[in-house]
Design a protein around this ligand. Structure first.
Ligand code: CO8
Length: 257
């Protein structure tokens, strides 16, 4: 695909995908969703990639869905644009490897919804967060009404969704929306440190942790535990990743995945 908005660089097993439409604060348009679908598929097919990082160029991570594109839509087109984004973001959750949001600036509306579809979020102290859709007479359309309350609890989610107010990074940390806050110049070094840490672990184990934790979150506890037991067993046996990891520990050497 001829990418106009996304760029990607793969180093040491980490694919860093940058959203680059800074003149519109990286607002999400139809082109973005097609590029993200294609990029995710390409990276999923690349055996070198163990972790994906998503960040934005300039002063925004993403300042929302593209209002200039949305303003002319009718009801059916509005619903279709919502489903397009929902499908793309859901597919990020289903990628085999972890996806980290490196939130460098504004994460508003569809931008916060994108960040919430990542496996965890690390933010610059300058980042600003919000679901400002009600200011526009809209509601979130990329499953923000569903993901936010699951991350923060119902009341903090409703406070953000109903007021449309922006919050800073420390408040986002307090309500569980982000996992770490760093000075702007520390953001990418720390994100890369964490991404490379994960990329160096047993690749199948990492994939299974993501899959089972995410699937189990929506499951009955006992069903989730059964799934865990099956997947746990699949890492054992001659030539398996678990055998190599455990042997390496006992032989006091680095594992050779
Ligand atoms: N869409 C399109 N263009 C945008 C957007 C956006 N979301 N955000 C910023 N821009 C553009 C501005 O129009 C401006 O363009 P220009 O230079 O041509 O005038 C440029 O980016 C720079 O923006 P500002 O001059 O406004 O920059 P400031 O630093 O003054 O302000 C803000 C930054 C506070 C982030 C401000 O730009 C802002 O409030 N942006 C809109 C934020 C917003 O409301 N986001 C939510 C959008 S709705 C949404 O995301 C719904 C998701 C679900 C959709 C479901 C599909 C139907």
């Amino acid at each position: 695909m001829d990418y106009q908005i996304l760029t990607s660089v793969v180093t040491d097993g980490v694919a860093t995908v940058t959203i680059s439409r800074p003149q519109a604060l990286n607002a999400l348009n139809t082109q973005f969703f097609h590029e993200m679908d294609s990029m995710a598929a390409e990276l999923a097919a690349n055996p070198e990639v163990r972790v994906m990082v998503i960040t934005g160029e300039g002063k925004a991570f993403v300042a929302g869905a593209d209002i200039a594109e949305m303003v002319h839509k009718n009801q059916d087109e509005g619903s279709a644009f919502s489903r397009l984004g929902q499908n793309t973001f859901r597919s990020l959750e289903k990628l085999p490897f972890p996806v980290i949001a490196a939130i460098n600036g504004f994460a508003l509306g569809g931008g916060l919804e994108l960040a919430m579809a990542c496996d965890f979020r690390i933010a610059s102290s300058k980042a600003r967060f919000g679901q400002p859709e009600v200011n526009l007479g809209l509601i979130p359309g990329y499953a923000g009404t569903q993901r936010l309350s699951r991350l923060t609890g119902l009341a903090d989610a409703l406070l953000l969704l109903l007021t449309g107010e922006m919050i800073g990074a420390e408040e986002a940390l307090r309500i569980g929306l982000v996992q770490k806050v760093l000075e702007p110049e520390q953001l990418m070094p720390e994100v890369m440190r964490i991404a490379k840490l994960i990329a160096a672990k047993g690749p199948k184990a990492v994939q299974k942790v993501k899959k089972i934790t995410r699937m189990g979150y929506g499951m009955d506890f006992d069903q989730g535990s059964s799934l865990e037991a099956i997947e746990f067993g699949s890492l054992f046996g001659p030539g398996s990743e678990g055998e190599e990891g455990m042997k390496a520990f006992l032989e006091k050497r680095q594992p050779n995945w």
